[in-house]
Design a protein around this ligand. Structure first.
Ligand SMILES: [Mg+2]
Length: 168
């Protein structure tokens, strides 16, 4: 259970405020792309996401994009957001996150991974000793393996909602 447990639950990335993140001891944000700041199929950022990210940077947070997707997809998003990025990160393996952390020059405990998937974003965070905020995916994905994964994630999410050690 510990491996799958996020630090906090939120629905949308735009709900995260500087006060909330600072309250978790967070100074740096490692942002997922697909279904976190853009829908899976879209080439444009989700409503309000660019402004939200800019607000975080203006509030002194270090922000970087860390995605398992290819450079061809992640690069244009990073440019649109004005952020550095790591693509093909092989989440939940720690390498991409640790590289991101080194680039930002922030301690592991001050990093929060923001993403929509338990089995990549949250597990990766826990393997690295980082905080995590689990969001609701922006839209359902196509395909059998994703549907199976989302089924298990919904069960876990319902468990987390009942737990007192996950920030709601
Ligand atoms: Mg995602």
């Amino acid at each position: 259970m510990g491996l799958f447990r996020p630090t906090a639950l939120r629905d949308r990335v735009t709900e995260l405020t500087p006060e909330f993140l600072r309250g978790m001891g967070v100074e740096a944000l490692l942002l997922d792309v697909d279904n976190t700041i853009a829908t899976y199929t879209s080439h444009t950022p989700a409503h309000g996401a660019v402004e939200w990210a800019r607000g975080m940077v203006e509030n002194g947070f270090r922000v970087i994009i860390v995605s398992n997707n290819y450079k061809k997809r992640v690069g244009p998003f990073a440019e649109r957001f004005g952020l550095d990025f790591i693509s093909f990160a092989l989440k939940p393996l720690p390498f991409g996150y640790l590289r991101a952390r080194r680039r930002l020059g922030v301690g592991r405990g001050a990093c929060a991974i923001i993403g929509d998937q338990v089995f990549t974003d949250v597990v990766g965070a826990n393997l690295c000793g980082m905080r995590s905020v689990l969001l609701k995916p922006l839209e359902p994905e196509e395909g059998f393996t994703f549907r199976v994964r989302r089924f298990f994630e919904r069960g876990l999410r319902e468990k987390f909602v009942r737990r007192k050690d996950v920030i709601q």
